[in-house]
Design a protein around this ligand. Structure first.
Ligand code: TUI
Length: 323
């Protein structure tokens, strides 16, 4: 199979393409569609209680026997219960975000669950490899939602050099060009968020999808730096208000309180004025709604075209640029 890397063997997937475990966005429906198409679908647990996560897991199991994952957001008040639920449900793969999953490693390992944390620094990558994680997702600040400081371009090769486990690249990756670039940087696969958020099987509000499809190159912004939790979102009235609060030195706790519940408002109610429209910089490269299978197919055929074009670099047929 094309682009079958050791990461595919680890995941049990056909292709080294993971779907980002986006809070509120990555439901059982989306994860099932991606896994069915040969990628690794991932349910985003976000701040949801364990019983809600269990329902999403049931949706995936009902739709496909292929492997899938659950993303555990480590700042969630329900994190301990969600950990126990994914273990009880024998979820094959866990990804983690927004923290260090170290204290849960013995539980996951006992259960035979593959653990793939998201990292935004080399130091955490090294620490987690020592703690026995199976692979790492190196996520650059092009990504949507909560992000680190480094770009995908500089983070991925440094993490790949620092560890001896498979690395997945994330942040700014949407198509075959990004896929090949990620492999060039030392990754064995990619995680794609924003493009899958816009897929047919994504259950987010129509307004949200349209906002992504209309986004241009400079339409995302990073808010929340003063709170210690920077978040990339599409600009709107909410981000104007947050910028004003941060400039005026409003206390982080008050800013967090103001921002809470806003992602749900965007995803479920379609509130594009005061909702938090989390999306990566790659939103500008997502122009249409497609099925998850079409997205995977397009990334793989696009990647093959790039490889072919690059293979001509020594000949007089080589034309740089374009997909
Ligand atoms: O987690 C994400 N993206 C997210 S989480 C989220 S919910 C949320 N909303 C507002 C504030 C905070 C969370 C929305 N989007 N991506 C993975 C990711 N993890 N990006 C960066 C990190 C990260 C950051 C620091 C991982 C580990 C980390 O380590 C801290 C430590 O303990 O060393």
């Amino acid at each position: 199979m094309a682009f079958y890397t050791p990461l595919c063997r680890l995941l049990g997937s056909d292709y080294p393409i993971l779907q980002g475990g986006m809070a509120w966005v990555a439901t059982g429906e989306l994860a099932a569609a991606v896994s069915k198409a040969g990628g690794l679908g991932i349910i985003g647990a976000g701040n949801a209680p364990a019983d809600a996560v269990k329902k999403e897991i049931a949706k995936v199991k009902k739709t496909t026997a292929k492997p899938f994952g659950v993303n555990i957001m480590l700042l969630s008040p329900f994190v301990d219960d969600v950990v126990e639920t994914v273990i009880a449900e024998k979820v094959p793969v866990v990804t983690t975000g927004a923290g260090n999953p170290g204290k849960y490693m013995p539980r996951f390992q006992e259960a035979g669950i593959k653990v793939i944390p998201v990292v935004s620094s080399v130091a955490l990558a090294r620490r987690l490899e020592r703690q026995g994680v199976d692979a790492l997702i190196a996520e650059g600040m092009e990504a949507g939602g909560h992000i680190g400081e480094l770009t995908t371009m500089v983070l991925v090769p440094q993490v790949a050099d620092a560890v001896n486990i498979p690395v997945v690249a994330a942040g700014g990756l949407v198509d075959g060009r990004g896929f090949v670039a990620a492999l060039s940087l030392g990754a064995q696969g990619v995680q794609v968020g924003t493009r899958f958020a816009c897929s047919r099987e994504s259950t987010i509000h129509r307004n949200y999808k349209e906002k992504i499809m209309k986004a241009k190159d400079r339409d995302t912004i990073v808010t929340g730096r003063s709170t210690g939790y920077p978040v990339r979102v599409i600009k709107n009235r909410l981000t104007k208000e947050l910028e004003r609060m941060e400039k005026e030195g409003v206390l982080p706790a008050e800013i967090e309180k103001f921002a809470s519940g806003k992602l749900r408002a965007a995803v479920c109610d379609g509130d594009m004025l005061y909702g938090s429209i989390m999306a990566g910089q790659s939103a500008a490269m997502v122009q249409k709604e497609e099925s998850s299978a079409e997205i995977i197919e397009d990334i793989l055929t696009g990647a093959q075209k790039v490889m072919k074009r690059l293979s001509l670099y020594k000949s007089d047929k080589f034309e740089p640029g374009g997909e």
